[in-house]
Design a protein around this ligand. Structure first.
Ligand SMILES: Cc1ncc(C[n+]2csc(CCOP(=O)(O)OP(=O)(O)O)c2C)c(N)n1
Length: 446
């Protein structure tokens, strides 16, 4: 019945129809006499059994964690001579990108504590996940992020000026100063603007991936593109996670879901977040190819994402889930003191034991590609660059006041025009109360 739908579509669509769907639809749904398998349409490969046994999660094997390099920066796969098929130069860029995010985080966190910035969130301990996964994407791929993925933006060409303009909501911010700090976005490479409500980006990512799939069907000559969608293990408890993964599976969308499992959602430890085997075990339930990786190992993250990207484009499109394990060594945000709910020693332990930056540094040093002097000079240079852009962004004008009324709808409505006029009247009547000099064009923009 539904097959007739394809009959009306152009030939290319029929050729690219996903193989798995064909197999399922073409199997007979009637019960064959003597068959040991159920032919109910809802579970076509299930065997009959006379053994009434409830399946227990604890009887299932735990999903292993893929790694390429151990915490000493040594390669663990016996056959591996090189960790990944990219140049040393490229790996050094990854290292610098992780370091840039880390240096910027240190400075901006402190700046917030001094009241120079309203809010900040660091990604300490998770730089390997964001830089490593973004390195496996092409600039044409589309990204939906949560908020702890500054490394994705850094790896995809965001400059310190871009970061600082958003953080200080000045007139150079592509988001026009309307969002809280750390809610970055860019039109190319396409990084959809971050928004605060958790997990809402997950079904949106599936929808965007569906659109990319349809585009590829209409024009097979455009380069293949995927959507990469990031979220935390806490966000994965939202209903939108379920909606997003299920629709991506049933519509065969080329989307790679990347879950950062860092052990906490603000004060909530994973034991209170879920009782299954992390987030990875859920992927299988949706019929999605899934892998768990060591998030402190940038090589493992890169390799897994690159392969996930390849699989996502197979047969016209299908989703993949990557669960990257890490530990949130920082406070949740500048509004949080995490020692109120976890022991300082636990955090110190993790900081000492392992992190993605030190691990890659050890590998680079073992290869003779990095040393103490380079580390010191690079860090000091990065600090200087961050402080320079910080100062420049802080001194820059805010966007025109008019911008507060624009883009609510595509066009400014009559009511909004009246509100702008009224605002201008108030600002002009009480100049002592409202200092508008920091906004581009002052009241004249209204
Ligand atoms: C729908 C919704 N509920 C609650 C919040 C408040 N909130 C902001 S961040 C956060 C924790 C998210 O944890 P996780 O997804 O694990 O990401 P992490 O912060 O650990 O990177 C919560 C509950 C929100 N922003 N949106």
């Amino acid at each position: 019945m539904s097959l007739s739908l394809f009959g009306r579509l152009p030939r290319a669509v029929r050729v690219l129809r996903p193989a798995r769907i064909t197999a399922r639809w073409s199997s007979s749904l009637s019960q064959r006499p003597g068959s040991d398998r159920v032919q109910f349409p809802g579970a076509v490969n299930s065997k009959f059994t006379t053994d009434m046994a409830f399946m227990k999660p604890s009887d299932m094997p735990y999903i292993p964690t893929y790694r390429v390099m151990d915490s000493d920066g040594a390669l663990v796969g016996t056959d591996k001579k090189r960790p990944v098929d990219v140049s040393d130069q490229e790996i050094l860029t990854w290292y610098r990108n992780m370091l840039t995010v880390s240096v910027m985080d240190g400075i901006m966190f402190e700046a917030q504590r001094q009241g120079r910035l309203s809010f900040y969130m660091v990604s300490a301990g998770e730089e390997g996940i964001s830089v490593g996964s973004a390195a496996a994407l092409t600039p044409d791929d589309t990204v939906f992020a949560q908020y702890r993925e500054a490394g994705v933006f850094q790896q995809r060409g965001f400059t310190l000026k871009d970061f600082m303009s958003q953080l200080f909501a000045n007139k150079n911010d592509s988001g026009k100063g309307r969002n809280m700090p750390v809610h970055y976005g860019s039109s190319y490479p396409r990084n959809h603007t971050i928004s605060s409500p958790l997990a809402t980006q997950i079904p949106q990512a599936s929808g965007a991936a569906y659109a990319l799939k349809l585009q590829a069907l209409q024009n097979p000559n455009v380069p293949s593109r995927i959507v990469a969608c990031y979220f935390g293990e806490g966000a994965a408890s939202e209903g939108d996670f379920h909606a997003g993964l299920n629709i991506a599976a049933t519509r065969s969308c080329p989307v790679v879901f990347i879950c950062r499992n860092n052990g906490y959602a603000i004060s909530t430890p994973t034991l209170e977040q879920y009782r299954g085997d992390g987030i990875a075990s859920r992927g299988l339930g949706y019929g999605i190819d899934t892998i768990r990786v060591d998030g402190n190992d940038i090589f493992a993250v890169y390799e897994a994402t690159r392969e996930a990207r390849r699989i996502a484009l197979e047969g016209g499109g299908r989703p993949v889930l990557v669960e990257a394990m890490s530990y949130r060594v920082s406070h949740h945000s500048t509004s949080d003191d995490s020692f109120a709910y976890r022991a300082r020693v636990e955090v110190e332990d993790w900081k000492r034991r392992d992190n993605p930056i030190i691990r890659l540094r050890k590998w680079l040093e073992n290869q003779g590609l990095w040393n103490e002097d380079l580390e010191r000079d690079t860090r000091s240079q990065m600090r200087k660059s961050v402080l320079q852009e910080f100062g420049a962004a802080e001194r820059e004008k805010k966007p025109p006041i008019r911008v507060a009324f624009e883009d609510v709808y595509e066009e400014v409505t009559e009511e909004q025009q009246a509100q702008m006029k009224e605002l201008r009247r108030i600002l002009e009547t009480y100049p002592e109360e409202y200092d508008v000099r920091q906004f581009e064009d002052g009241v004249n923009s209204l």
